[in-house]
Unconditional design. Structure first.
Length: 458
C-alpha cells in the first residue's frame, strides 16, 4: 500500500493536534461542571442537615431531663428514638414513625450522647455503635458514616443544651451542656445522582469529541488550503522552470553537437553557430535573472531602501527607451498625463521594471498599425498608471491566469520574441511589494487595459 503524501500526513497531524487540544478543553470543562454540580448538591445536603439539627436542638432544649442517661423521661421526650438498653424495632405505623420526622431510617438517623460521648439513644436504622463507645470528636463536626447495608450517611455532630426554665425563665434562661446530638442524612440519592452525572458527563464528552474530530478534520483542511495551494504552485513552478530551461539547453547542446560532428568549413557557418549559441545563452540568462528577481520579490529578506520616486519621470524615460521597440513593431506609443506630479514611496529600479514590462507586453501583443497608451492620473491619495493597447485581447479564462508564472496567452508568439513568461508575474510581485493593486480589463479583439493603483508618498 502506498504511503500518504506529505500534505495528507500534515493534515492528519494538524487534525490530531486540534482534536487533542479540544479534547483536553472539553474533558476539563466536563470534569469541572461535574465537580461544580456535585459540590452544589453536597452544599444543599449540608444546609439541610444544619437547618434540621438547629431546629431539633431548639425544640428539644426545654424538654430534656436533667441528666443525660437512658430514662423513661427521655423516652417520653423522644418517642421515635430507642434507648440503648431497649430493643429498637422499626415503628409499625406511619404515625408513630413520624413522631420525630427525621427518624425515617431511609433518609435520616439520630443519636444522643452524654457529655462524655457515650451513646444513650438512637433512631431505628442508625449505624451500629457500642453503648460505651466515645466519639472521637465531640465538637461540632462533619463526617461520613456507613450504615446498615453499606449505605453512606452524612453526619453532623453538635452540642445539645438544656434550659433550666423553672428558675430562669424568658431571656434569663440558663443553658447548660446536656450532651451531643448526631444527625445523619442518607447519601444514597447523592451517590446515585453522582453516578448518573458521571456517566452523562462521559457520554457527552465522547460525543463532543466525535464531533470535534470531524470539526478538526474540516478545520485542518481549511488551514492546509494555503499550504496546499503554495505546494501545488511550487510543483507547477518547478515543472515549468524545468521545461523552460530545457528548451534553450537542448538547442544549445544540439548546435554544439552538430558542429562538433561536422566542423564548419567557412567563417559564415561558424558565425551562424556562434550566433545561435549566443542567442540561446541570452535567453537562459534572461530566464535565470527573472527567476532570481521573482525569488527576491517573494522572499522575506529586507527590501531595498525605499525613496520617493516620480512616476512621471519613469514614464517619460521608458517612453523614450521603448520607442525603438514600438517603431520596430510598427506600433504608436503615446504618454498621457505625463505632467501630473505623482511620487510613490518605493524602489526606483523595481518601478522601472514594472512599467517596462507592461509597455513591452502591450507592444508585443499589438499588431502593426496599433496604438499603446501610457496614462498617469491621481485619485485621492493614490496614483494610477494604466497601459492600454489595441491588440488581440485576452479571453476571460486567460485573464484569471495572466499573472501566473510561465503563463502565455500565445506561447509560440512569446517564445519567438524572446519572452520568458514571467513578465506579468514580476509586475504583480512588484505591485504587491509596493502595497498596490493591479487589474486587467480586456475583450478579445478589442485590446487590453492594465491598471496599477499605488499609494502616493506623503
Amino acid at each position: 500500500m502506498a504511503k500518504p503524501g506529505p500534505i495528507p500526513r500534515s493534515r492528519l497531524r494538524l487534525a490530531a493536534v486540534y482534536l487533542g487540544v479540544i479534547g483536553v478543553i472539553l474533558y476539563g470543562a466536563g470534569l469541572g461542571m461535574f465537580g461544580l454540580l456535585m459540590r452544589a448538591n453536597w452544599s444543599a445536603l449540608e444546609r439541610e442537615v444544619e437547618t434540621l439539627a438547629g431546629t431539633l436542638h431548639d425544640s428539644l432544649k426545654p424538654l430534656l431531663p436533667e441528666e443525660a442517661r437512658p430514662s423513661p423521661q427521655l423516652a417520653a421526650v423522644l418517642p421515635g428514638l430507642c434507648l440503648v438498653s431497649d430493643p429498637c424495632p422499626s415503628p409499625p405505623s406511619l404515625i408513630s414513625r413520624h413522631a420525630v420526622s427525621v427518624t425515617d431510617p431511609e433518609r435520616f438517623y439520630l443519636r444522643l450522647l452524654d457529655p462524655r460521648g457515650v451513646l444513650i439513644a438512637h433512631s431505628p436504622g442508625s449505624p451500629s455503635r457500642s453503648p460505651r463507645a466515645k466519639a472521637e470528636r465531640l465538637d461540632p463536626a462533619w463526617s461520613v458514616e456507613e450504615g446498615p447495608g453499606g449505605d453512606r450517611f452524612l453526619q453532623y455532630s453538635i452540642h445539645l443544651h438544656r434550659s433550666h426554665t423553672p428558675n430562669h425563665s424568658g431571656a434569663n434562661a440558663l443553658e447548660l451542656d446536656w450532651g451531643y446530638l448526631e444527625i445523619g442524612r442518607s447519601l444514597r440519592g447523592l451517590d446515585a445522582e453522582r453516578e448518573r452525572l458521571w456517566w452523562a458527563t462521559q457520554t457527552i464528552v465522547v460525543l463532543a469529541l466525535l464531533v470535534a474530530g470531524l470539526a478538526s478534520w474540516w478545520l485542518s483542511g481549511l488551514a492546509m488550503r494555503p499550504l496546499l495551494a503554495a505546494y501545488r504552485q511550487q510543483e507547477q513552478f518547478t515543472a515549468d522552470a524545468a521545461h523552460e530551461l530545457r528548451a534553450p539547453l537542448a538547442n544549445l547542446l544540439a548546435v554544439v553537437e552538430a558542429h562538433r560532428a561536422q566542423p564548419p568549413a567557412d567563417a559564415v557557418a561558424r558565425e551562424q553557430m556562434l550566433a545561435a549559441v549566443h542567442g540561446q545563452g541570452l535567453r537562459l540568462s534572461r530566464l535565470i535573472a527573472d527567476l532570481l528577481l521573482l525569488a527576491r520579490l517573494d522572499g522575506h529578506e529586507a527590501a531595498a531602501a525605499v525613496q520617493p520616486c516620480s512616476l512621471a519621470e519613469i514614464a517619460h524615460d521608458l517612453q523614450e527607451e521603448t520607442s525603438e521597440a514600438a517603431a520596430t513593431a510598427q506600433v504608436q506609443l503615446r504618454l498621457l498625463g505625463g505632467e501630473v506630479d505623482l511620487h510613490v514611496l518605493g524602489v526606483e529600479s523595481e518601478l522601472y521594471r514594472l512599467v517596462s514590462n507592461l509597455l513591452l507586453n502591450a507592444i508585443q501583443y499589438t499588431p502593426p498599425g496599433g496604438e499603446v497608451l501610457l496614462r498617469l492620473s491621481r485619485e485621492g491619495t493614490y496614483g494610477w498608471l494604466q497601459v492600454q493597447d489595441s491588440g488581440i485581447g485576452i479571453t476571460p479564462a486567460d485573464q484569471e491566469r495572466i499573472f501566473d508564472r510561465f503563463f502565455r496567452s500565445d506561447p509560440g508568439r512569446s517564445r519567438r520574441q524572446g519572452g520568458t513568461g514571467l513578465g506579468l508575474s514580476i509586475v504583480a510581485a512588484i505591485v504587491r511589494r509596493h502595497h498596490g493593486q493591479i487589474s486587467v480589463d480586456s475583450k478579445v479583439g478589442s485590446g487590453s487595459v492594465f491598471s496599477v493603483k499605488l499609494p502616493l508618498a506623503g
